[in-house]
Design a protein around this ligand. Structure first.
Ligand SMILES: Nc1ncnc2c1ncn2[C@@H]1O[C@H](COP(=O)(O)OP(=O)(O)O)[C@@H](O)[C@H]1O
Ligand SMILES: [Mg+2]
Length: 257
């Protein structure tokens, strides 16, 4: 589903690579969780897959098609297949739940329609169905600004689903939430992805949490992959290799919650 070859990226004015020669093959239906200290390259990696960051070199194939060197039109078509969920939700706070979720349909419509904000009957049906799936059907006309963090992320999930994606990339989707909500939201996301056979790639901070939701754990350090295996294969030694004996290791790897 996602095949990555020699992916390397360094941000301007930086001395170190944010990603260094990443090779990876993620299969359809996997739930991959990225772990690693702050600055390890997790967000940059997810942004490259979604083309929010243009890497310096390497190849990314989505469902067999190379996305970095193909024409923009083609790349946009491929990108419809990739839904994104963010730590800080990235919603339009002043708009309603329904409007935010409809935005997931934008890439299916032509620019003219998009400017006018016109959506088809089918768009509305899809959006409403997804709002129901995340349990917010009674609030579709509520402004997002009035929602709690957990509810906001439910809207984020519904918006991503409205793209009808094959892949969902979730960059620290629960880091802004308290522990009870973290579980609730990840349970929901995992369940929906399993039901729809959506390939899920998330980055999560807490290790016990990562293990619970991953079919495969990828440990990153300094822009490189230093662990790639099933969660039950992670040893204490691996954990130290991923985090180093840093504050992050103690916080996320040792303590959990
Ligand atoms: N927009 C940016 N400009 C410059 N450097 C960046 C930018 N974003 C990230 N970096 C650097 O790239 C490295 C990887 O960061 P990031 O991908 O955000 O890691 P993570 O998500 O694992 O915390 C870090 O050294 C970070 O400082
Ligand atoms: Mg990050």
């Amino acid at each position: 589903m996602i095949k990555i070859e020699n992916l390397t990226h360094r941000y301007k004015n930086r001395k170190e690579d944010a990603l260094n020669n990443i090779d990876l093959h993620i299969k359809h239906g996997e739930s991959v969780v990225l772990i690693g200290s702050s600055g390890a390259g997790k967000s940059t990696f997810l942004k490259c897959i979604n083309r929010l960051v243009d890497p310096d070199s390497g190849k990314i194939h989505i469902d067999g098609k190379e996305i970095l060197n193909c024409p923009i039109k083609e790349a946009e078509k491929i990108r419809i297949n990739i839904g994104m969920i963010f730590q800080h939700f990235n919603l339009h706070e002043r708009e309603t739940i329904l409007k935010n979720v409809l935005n997931g349909r934008l890439s299916y419509n032509n620019t003219f329609k998009t400017i006018l904000g016109k959506f088809s009957k089918e768009d509305y049906e899809i959006a409403r169905n997804n709002i129901k799936r995340v349990g917010l059907e009674e609030y579709e006309n509520e402004r997002v600004a009035y929602l709690s963090g957990g509810e906001k992320q439910r809207v984020g999930i519904a918006r991503a689903l409205s793209q009808e994606p094959k892949i969902i990339l979730a960059d620290e989707p629960v880091s802004s939430l308290d522990p009870k909500l973290m579980r609730e939201i990840m349970d929901l996301l995992k369940k929906i992805c399993e039901e729809e056979s959506i390939t899920l790639v998330s980055s999560l901070h807490f290790l016990d949490f990562a293990k619970r939701y991953a079919t495969r754990v990828i440990g990153m350090r300094d822009g490189k992959i230093v662990f790639d295996d099933k969660p039950e294969e992670l040893t204490e030694q691996n954990i130290v290799e991923i985090y180093g004996k840093t504050r992050d290791w103690y916080m996320y790897g040792k303590l959990g919650f």
